[in-house]
Design a protein around this ligand. Sequence first.
Ligand code: ADP
Ligand code: MG
Length: 240
Amino acid sequence: MMHLVELKQVSKSYDKNVQVLHSIDLQIEEGEFFVLVGPSGSGKSTLLRMIAGLESLSGGELKIQGRLVNHLPPKERHLSMVFQNYALYPHLTVEQNILFGLSAKKVNKQEQQKRLQEAVSMMGLGDLLKRKPKQLSGGQRQRVALARSVISQEPLCLMDEPLSNLDAKLRAHMRTEIRRLQKKLGLTMIYVTHDQVEAMTMGDRIMVLNEGEIQQIGKPIDLYNQPANLFVASFIGSPR
Ligand code: ADP
Ligand code: MG
């Protein structure tokens, strides 16, 4: 059986003396919604950025679709990424922001328009295409960032705390939206959050990270009923 993403003994040090990730072993299946959860500073973003190719590995192997990608540039990894701060281009319109990556990939104009219409209706952005990012609310900006990721039609999607700038009500709404989208498109998702409620409600499986070490990997119900240690129990809030 082939895993879509596979990490073997992956480690990371930014400085020689400080190791921020310790021998991470992990397999993610195709079509899975995989959540990476842990407190601030536990190494979540570092791990995601390594999978994206934005950060080098200090040790170990990273495979995507069975292929060793340790030294492959981000563009060739067939993935899209949504960051916490959305990183929209302020001088471009919503439409130009959404289409930005497609022009670079030489997708033809007709196909671009087809995908744009799909993404826009999916995200409810129809009336906003000519606006600039500063004329949008936080929730609207986030939907633009999601549309931009969806339109790439890459099979693997990485999200790093994409909802943390939104208010509680919008966050709850967007959780449902993202799950719906992921199912509909059959995406494999690696979703980073420090919010245990988000992790428990969204994940098919969850990996709990603390100080660069895996504490437990499992389904939400298993983490809740059988936390591997006290850290997981208190982090998840299970009754042990
Ligand atoms: P998280 O996303 O879980 O909050 P990070 O992956 O951002 O954690 O950070 C993990 C550790 O690595 C932290 O101690 C952080 O200070 C350190 N770190 C992150 N990025 C860098 C960097 N570019 N250079 C040096 N240290 C870094
Ligand atoms: Mg982070």
